[in-house]
Design a protein around this ligand. Structure first.
Ligand code: SAJ
Length: 433
């Protein structure tokens, strides 16, 4: 199949890079977002996402006229839906954006079109939600037009590379649909392209992120055990990982972002009686910010009220600007609730405003009058700090870190009292979750 014009719905972390990469291959791309600010910004050379290389790619595609951005879809050869699928308070999948985007395609759907859903979705979404909406056009899915579920699998921080190089799963509603999907993604995907059915592709995506969530949960649980038994978890993990069939992940402040902390719930919602392990892992990871707060509380002899804390890093993981579902933010909010006076600094979003959190735009300001430095996210900029640099910028002599950072005797020799997540000092008192 030939694709001269492609309409991408949703210009977020996945839609915008996909639109720009397709445009870079000479396809005429219409990027659609219902958020006028995003569209206006892009039209004026401003981009709302930080991802290495993305700004250049997007602005060049727009300059060449290969990428146009607007708020309404237009007729095209293919439509790619890349809108968010968050969850409601009770953890049920919120499919409103997918529903609205699919409905917006209906008036433009023509014979021979391909519609792709990329948004992570509960099993059977393509068949039971997307297809019935599209068939309101009077056309028949799989015959008059083609439908594919093809999950995005890129890692924020490496999106442009992984978009092109990762293996691509194409789940067709039927064989003809899968083949049409392969033709579209072959325009830019260099990794293996695997064809399957749409429900398998939905499951594959959810299984990948659930697998990672469970593995992070066990790492977090191990870090708590190490605290209790006076073990250095970082050393223990590195030794265990010498085993040829063991690959323990990294404990931390908790699991954030819009994917791994969300997607396992789609499986739990779909079949609660079959998912006790998935459910428990989610609970373990959701409890990790509480554990970090308890660690700080213990370091301060149970006195959080009025204590001045410099919180470093608020994004959901190192070296990204994404603050969504960030466990670091949860930690800061809990400290503030307990009466601590927290100044938070996020180098990738220096002007971010977060309800209930005092954000500062400079590291020096966060550190200047702190009693405690709390390293929440291991951004490169923080990891490269030496104890000699830090000691000049802060009166704080107590450091609590949730990352495997600021190790070594030079830190204690410089005069800092160091508390690391997962490095037990063999104390009898350790935080309960
Ligand atoms: N985290 C840990 N310990 C680890 C790894 C991660 O605590 O060892 C934390 C991170 O700090 C972060 C969260 O988990 O808060 C998730 O980070 P991540 O880097 O594991 O994953 P995401 O959410 O950025 O991207 C994931 C990826 N999925 C997998 O690796 C299986 C990515 O490939 C997906 O495309 C993405 O979800 C998505 O959009 O679904």
């Amino acid at each position: 199949m030939n694709f001269e014009k492609v309409c991408v719905l949703g210009l977020g972390y996945i839609g915008l890079p996909t639109a720009a990469v397709l445009a870079g291959q000479g396809v005429n791309v219409i990027g659609v977002d219902i958020n006028r600010d995003i569209v206006n910004g892009l039209q004026n050379g401003k981009i709302h996402i930080y991802e290495e290389g993305l700004y250049e790619l997007v602005t060049e595609a727009i300059r060449l006229g290969k990428l146009r951005v607007c708020t309404e879809p237009e007729p095209a050869d293919a439509f790619i839906i890349a809108v968010p699928t968050p969850f409601y308070e009770d953890k049920r999948a919120d499919m409103r954006a997918v529903t609205a985007a699919t409905e917006a395609i209906v008036p433009h759907l023509r014979h021979g079109n391909l519609v792709v859903l990329e948004s992570t979705s509960p099993p059977l979404t393509t068949r039971n939600l997307v297809v019935p909406i599209l068939e309101c056009s009077g056309l028949r899915a799989g015959e008059d037009f083609y439908v594919v579920y093809s999950p995005e699998r890129v890692l924020p921080g490496r999106i442009l590379k992984e978009l092109v190089e990762n293996a691509r799963v194409i789940g067709g509603l039927n064989k003809l649909s899968a083949v049409a999907g392969r033709d579209l993604y072959s325009l830019f995907a260099k990794g293996q392209i695997v064809l399957t059915d749409c429900t398998t592709a939905e499951m594959v995506k959810l299984m990948e992120n659930t697998y990672r969530d469970i593995n992070i949960a066990i790492a977090n649980e191990f870090s708590r055990l190490a605290d209790r038994f006076g073990v250095d978890i970082w050393e223990a993990i590195s030794i265990a990982n010498l085993h040829p069939r063991v690959k323990i992940l990294t404990p931390g402040v908790g699991v954030g972002g819009h994917c791994i902390g969300v997607d396992p719930w789609f499986l739990v919602e779909a079949a609660p009686e079959l998912t006790p392990l998935i459910y428990t892992a989610r609970r373990v990871n959701d409890a990790q910010p509480h554990y970090i707060v308890a660690l700080v509380r213990r370091a301060l002899q149970d006195q959080l009220f009025g204590r001045r804390i410099a919180a470093l890093g608020l994004s959901y993981k190192p070296d990204v600007d994404d603050l969504r579902e960030s466990p670091a933010i949860e930690v800061v909010k809990k400290l503030v609730e307990a009466g601590a006076v927290v100044k938070a600094f996020e180098p990738y979003k220096v002007d971010a405003k977060i309800d209930g959190i005092q954000m500062v735009s400079k590291l020096e300001t966060a550190l200047a009058d702190a009693e405690v430095v709390l390293l929440l996210v291991g951004h490169k900029q923080f990891l490269s700090l030496t104890p000699q640099q830090l000691i000049l910028q802060t009166p704080a002599r107590l450091i609590v870190t949730a990352a495997n950072a600021w190790r070594g005797k030079e830190w204690t020799e410089a005069g800092f009292n160091m508390i690391h997540l997962g490095i037990g000092k063999g104390d009898k008192v350790f935080p309960a979750v």
